[in-house]
Design a protein around this ligand. Sequence first.
Ligand code: SF4
Length: 65
Amino acid sequence: MVTIQVDESVCNGHGLCQVMSPAVYEVNPDTAKNEAGRFEVSAALRPAALNGANACPERAITVLE
Ligand code: SF4
């Protein structure tokens, strides 16, 4: 498993994480903010998780080992 941390206080609602990696990230349709907090995905989704994190202009997403 891969642990992902989304810092809601930094998220600015661009929605790019979901655009890049919809299998990993989902934003609130009303605010476009990622409110996922800390969660886990399967190791197979690690590349997608990193793609979404790298696309975030606010650097709100951290993919932990
Ligand atoms: S790309 Fe970053 S700033 Fe935009 S919704 Fe996702 S976490 Fe928030």
